[in-house]
Write a protein that binds this ligand. Structure first.
Ligand code: NAD
Ligand code: ZN
Length: 353
């Protein structure tokens, strides 16, 4: 058994990838070092992301990307406990989350204010110590103030919620017909976002029945199992004439991307967030003659996406149905198992329990 938080001096508990290979360890590590521009945050709640599962299982991507020892995790909410001498805008007690991409600040795009396009991005819990810990230190430029009264579970998942919002708003959706492929936590949140942003029809394609059921509750007009329903039939039933105006590819599946391309209206836009594990061959003729725009999405816009998340929540957007499981951080094994089964939406770890 590990000592309670108050009993530890100069150390903290963290979930660590200690050495190359599968698994994670809950262990005591030194408290994070603080620079003059940093904010030290006590972590309240964290969300488990697919990235954390890759690192835990030590797949080929993790093996070539991660240098142990590393504190994993990047989705979190917490309160400020200490600020560096150069920090003015944050005070102890402020409720905050962190942008998981730490950018260089010096490249062409950073200097132009397009920080989400930085070519030197370092991922929290990937390229530097992350948030599955009692404390995290982050540069002040990566810290986001929440408004008082926000639901802490929602605040904990602002990072993937931001992926959903950035993708969902990549093309105008007001009055448009939208296809969402993949109703993992991000596809689920994107479904609610395009509905909130005024889409006409929202069709969600997802093989997993539990996730289809949640998608229906989050605003999908129709949910389909792509193995069983033909999208052209679905279009006919809905009275659609020319195809989808916008598609959000949130599965990483080659079949899903091909299906989206085959069902787009002329001039349509496909925002691609899903990360395929292999190369995908596409019928480029269809992209050309339908005059489609394919747009890759990585991360969130700093900080326009964060602003949009905040104001949409304040104007009634509800993403809570996407959160299905909660665990104490000490039960991380059960939490990771739940996240891995597909029988869950978003899984939250509580670091105060
Ligand atoms: P997830 O793996 O939980 O969800 C993917 C869903 O796609 C699953 O529910 C799966 O059943 C479904 N799916 C599989 N094959 C399908 C098919 N042929 N048609 C329709 N759906 C299908 O992932 P998530 O956490 O919701 O993330 C979504 C995707 O975005 C993942 O690929 C993830 O790696 C990626 N991602 C990208 C970024 C980025 O910045 N680009 C950030 C986070 C996650
Ligand atoms: Zn940069």
């Amino acid at each position: 058994m590990t000592a309670p938080r108050e009993a530890r001096q100069g150390s903290m508990l963290a979930l660590v990838k200690a050495a190359p290979g599968p698994g994670l360890e809950l262990r005591e590590v030194p408290r994070p070092q603080m620079g003059i521009n940093d904010v030290l945050i006590r972590v309240h709640k964290t969300g488990i992301c697919g990235t954390d599962l890759h690192i835990e299982s030590w797949d080929a991507w993790a093996a070539r990307t991660i240098v142990p020892p590393l504190v994993v995790g990047h989705e979190f909410v917490g309160d400020v406990v200490e600020v560096g001498s150069n920090v003015n805008d944050f005070r102890p007690g402020d409720l905050v989350s962190g942008e998981g991409h730490v950018v260089c600040g010096r490249c062409r795009h950073c200097l132009a204010g397009r920080r989400h396009l930085c070519a030197n991005t370092i991922g929290l819990g990937v390229g530097r110590d992350g948030a599955f810990a009692e404390l995290i230190a982050l540069p002040m430029a990566n810290v986001w103030h929440h408004w008082p009264g926000i639901d802490e579970e929602v605040a904990a998942i602002f990072d993937p919620f931001g992926n959903a919002v950035h993708t969902a708003l990549a093309f105008p959706v007001l009055g448009e017909d939208v296809l969402v492929s993949g109703a993992g936590p991000i596809g689920l949140m994107a479904t609610a976002v395009v509905r909130h942003a005024g889409a006409r029809l929202v069709v969600v394609s997802e093989p997993n029945p539990l996730r289809r059921e949640i998608a229906a509750r989050m605003g999908a007009t129709v949910v389909i199992d792509p193995r069983e329903r033909d999208l052209k039939d679905v279009q006919r039933e809905l009275g659609m004439v020319e195809g989808f105006d916008v598609a959000l590819e949130m599965s990483g599946s080659p079949a899903a991307l091909r299906l989206a391309i085959a069902n787009m209206a002329h001039g349509g836009g496909i925002a691609i967030l899903g990360i395929p594990t292999q190369e995908i061959s596409l019928d480029v003729n269809e992209i050309v003659f339908k005059m489609l725009t394919l747009r890759g999405i990585y991360g969130r816009e700093m900080y326009e996406t964060w602003y949009k998340m905040t104001v949409m929540l304040q104007s009634g957007l509800d993403i809570t149905p996407a959160i299905t499981h909660r665990f104490s951080f000490r039960e991380y094994r059960a939490a990771f198992a739940a996240a891995r089964t597909g029988g869950a939406g978003k899984v939250i770890l509580d670091w105060t329990a």
